[in-house]
Design a protein around this ligand. Structure first.
Ligand SMILES: Nc1ncnc2c1ncn2[C@@H]1O[C@H](COP(=O)(O)OP(=O)(O)OP(=O)(O)O)[C@@H](O)[C@H]1O
Ligand SMILES: [Mg+2]
Length: 437
């Protein structure tokens, strides 16, 4: 019997752009094929947080319209990814007895052990659990069990990863998307969506780090044995680099954005010629070396301080597949070598996975997050115990708050006093006007 293909929609609320993917899945295939991608510049969103609801709603409408135009029909619901700050990923453990004599693990046992691990969590006021992700099971002390269902033993233990976010952030996101006429049927943190959109199964099994460097934030996901062991957000992205360039070079933000995209971190390409840029009708000459130094400073801070801090409790040996970079900033030439030298791990740039082939022009590492939302939807459906979500109705009302038991450095080019000066100035800038960045 012919069945209408099922439509899945992912929407990413980014700081720089809102993107929407429409995917189609017919009953013969487990995976979904992307049939449309839309986007719109993002307004009213800063560092992943909604700061102007009306503008944000308008941007969501535009992005949805753009995607609808590509597929020729209207959409009315979506699973939404977002970043935001103050995202905490917390590990807890649970243990239950299966009885005095060995018996097979049933679904109710899995639910009980998840509840036991959840009860270990203390959720601060005004926070809500967004994701509950079983990371590891063990039976009678034998760890590394992928799926305990049907296995026999007397004691079931588990390790759980919970992602906790501020309640109002989630409510504002739901309110924004629903005000644009799209019902929210699921929420996923950007770190997880980007990882799902960019990592291969082989990499997650081996151990890998996904870093999605967007406009306002960097999503971090650490994987070992195929499961995320840490998901977090660093409040730094490409817009900080643009702002730095605008301050240091005294040029408008729009020009700084242009200059930024001409910079290469590749040591062989750094000695490029000077740049002539039209600033308010007058040609100004910039030294590319100086611009590169500004970009270097901010990325050194990101990789050398913030990313290292996220890795502090782990050994680098746990991530033999290295780092996969995604997000718009991953398009900076030479960033692989830069990150690899800073963090002492192999680095590759992500592309959305083959199964989620994007149309030309919309198929680079800027779209990994929104591609990952579709993968999140399909894998959540295949295995409901892989990613456990707090129901949207609870998140919407805030009720979930009460009920949710549910390095080396890149070799420096001789920049002379001028670049030393830039470094000093950048440090001063970062300290003194932190709130602007
Ligand atoms: N070729 C490029 N070189 C350097 N930076 C780039 C390039 N292209 C885009 N960017 C930067 O990437 C950032 C946008 O990336 P992306 O679209 O992934 O962000 P976003 O998803 O909207 O934001 P976020 O995930 O932080 O909420 C901007 O700062 C933009 O300037
Ligand atoms: Mg993003």
């Amino acid at each position: 019997m012919y069945k209408e293909p099922e439509i899945l929609v992912g929407l990413d609320l980014g700081t720089s752009k809102i993107s929407v993917v429409i995917a189609e899945r017919d009953s013969r295939f487990q995976e979904a094929q992307i049939i449309g991608v839309g986007y719109a510049p993002s307004q009213g969103i800063r560092k992943g947080l909604i700061i102007n609801l009306e503008q944000a709603v308008r941007s969501v409408r535009q992005a949805v319209k753009d995607a609808e135009n590509m597929v020729g029909f209207e959409i009315d619901e979506a699973t939404v990814s977002f970043s935001g700050m103050e995202v905490a990923s917390v590990t807890s453990r649970g243990m239950i007895s299966l009885g005095r004599t060995p018996r097979q693990v049933a679904i109710s046992d899995v639910e009980r052990v998840i509840e036991a691990a959840q009860s270990e969590l203390s959720i601060p006021p005004n926070r809500v659990t967004l994701h509950t992700i079983p990371v590891k099971y063990s039976i009678d002390g034998n760890s590394g069990i992928d799926d305990p269902l049907g296995m026999t033993g007397i004691r079931l233990e588990m390790e759980l990863q919970s992602v906790i976010v501020p309640t109002t952030v989630v409510q504002n996101i739901i309110n924004c998307v629903e005000s644009a006429g799209i019902e929210v049927n699921g929420l996923v943190i950007k770190s997880l969506a980007s990882a799902l959109g960019s990592l291969t199964d082989e990499e997650t099994r081996a151990g890998v780090i996904s870093l999605c460097i967007g406009g306002g934030t960097t999503g971090v996901a650490l994987y070992t044995d195929g499961r995320p062991v840490k998901l977090s957000i660093i409040p730094i992205g490409g817009d900080h680099i643009t702002n730095d360039l605008a301050y240091v070079m005294k040029i408008p933000i729009s020009k700084a954005e242009e200059v930024k995209k001409m910079v290469s971190l590749n040591p062989e390409e750094v000695d490029q010629q000077d740049l002539d840029v039209d600033v308010r009708g007058r040609m100004k000459t910039f030294s590319i070396t100086e611009a590169a130094e500004v970009v270097n400073c901010r990325l050194e801070e990101l990789f050398g301080e913030h990313v290292r801090h996220q890795l502090a409790e782990f050994s680098l040996h746990m991530f033999p597949a290295g780092i996969v970079l995604s997000g718009g900033v991953a398009k900076t030439p030479g960033i692989e070598i830069f990150a690899s030298e800073m963090l002492n791990l192999p680095v590759r740039i992500a592309e959305p996975l083959d199964v989620y082939q994007m149309p030309p022009g919309r198929n680079d590492c800027e779209y990994t997050t929104v591609a990952g939302v579709v993968r999140y939807m399909t894998s959540r459906e295949r295995n409901p115990y892989r990613y456990i979500e707090t129901p949207i109705s609870e998140l919407r009302s805030g009720a979930a708050q009460i009920t949710s038991s549910p390095v080396g450095k890149i070799p420096k080019k001789s920049g002379g006093d001028r670049t030393e000066g830039i470094r000093g100035f950048m440090d001063y800038l970062k300290k003194s006007v932190k709130e602007l960045f």
